[in-house]
Design a protein around this ligand. Structure first.
Ligand code: HEM
Length: 232
């Protein structure tokens, strides 16, 4: 029951919300409803932006932002390789995930923690931050910390084998939660939080990940202020 909810229901709901939410957000300017009307296309969505904070002390965020982004890119590739290797029983690919994932995870955790601390320390940043800015960073920090705790502190490895097979069962529409029934609790939490994050993703500033590099030149306007109270 518990496993079926978190490892069959949740992943499907999260993937649906991710895909449909992104499509909806791309087709409608639903976040801002420009001058009271939904605009058809991301052009109307003034919050399709990172709400960049670089102008408040670029030097303090520069290295951390690089670590966060490159760390996440390395992690995405490493997870994919690990899951394919796990499903196909290719030990080399799973080991690649172990060490590359550890490297990417440490980089990303450093970047995310620094971005979070900087937001708390700087008065200007606190003033311009929304709840979403903090929630997104907390999601990243908790997911990264659980992944790294599992691999560096608990020093368990090889969970990609059952997880790879479980993911295949999901994508072939023959979901079988029994593959992950006995994996460590830390990994269960890691996966549950990651899928919850995936469901939340399209409704946050993280959609900017889909702007670069193809749509960068024609990307929507960037708004640096709140629209609350702007005269219609
Ligand atoms: C649905 C999405 C995800 C799944 C199914 C998943 C699953 C896993 C698995 C199975 C492992 C390796 C455990 C092992 O083989 O022993 C792992 C490790 C890890 N994951 Fe994830 N993960 C997901 C999303 C994420 C996200 C979004 C992040 C980062 C924000 C992340 C960060 C990490 C880190 C840092 C490690 C440790 C890597 C290492 O030390 O080698 N994962 N994850």
């Amino acid at each position: 029951m518990f496993d079926n909810f978190f490892f069959v229901g949740l992943p499907y709901i999260a993937i649906l919300l991710f895909v449909l939410g992104l499509a909806y957000r791309t087709l409608t300017g639903f976040k801002t409803f420009y001058r009271g009307k939904p605009a058809w296309g991301a052009w109307g969505d003034f919050l399709w932006t990172t709400r960049s904070t670089g102008f408040f002390g670029r030097a303090t965020i520069g290295p951390a932002a690089l670590c966060l982004h490159w760390g996440l890119i390395v992690l995405i590739v490493a997870h994919l390789i690990g899951f394919i290797g796990g499903a196909a029983n290719w030990g080399g690919w799973v080991s690649f995930f172990r060490w590359t994932g550890m490297f990417g995870g440490v980089l990303a955790l450093y970047g995310a923690c620094w971005a979070f601390v900087r937001r708390l320390l700087s008065a200007q940043l606190r003033a311009m931050s929304t709840l979403e800015d903090y929630i997104v960073l907390l999601f990243l920090i908790v997911t990264l910390a659980l992944g790294l705790y599992h691999s560096i502190v608990q020093f368990v490895w090889g969970v990609s084998y059952p997880v790879g097979r479980w993911l295949v069962s999901l994508f072939t529409l023959q979901p079988d939660a029994s593959w992950v029934a006995t994996i460590p609790l830390t990994m269960k939490l890691h996966i549950i939080i990651a899928f919850t994050f995936l469901a939340y993703f399209p409704f946050t500033k993280l959609v900017h990940a889909f702007s670069y590099p193809l749509a960068y030149i024609t990307r929507p306007y960037i708004s640096m202020r709140r629209y609350v109270g702007v005269k219609k």
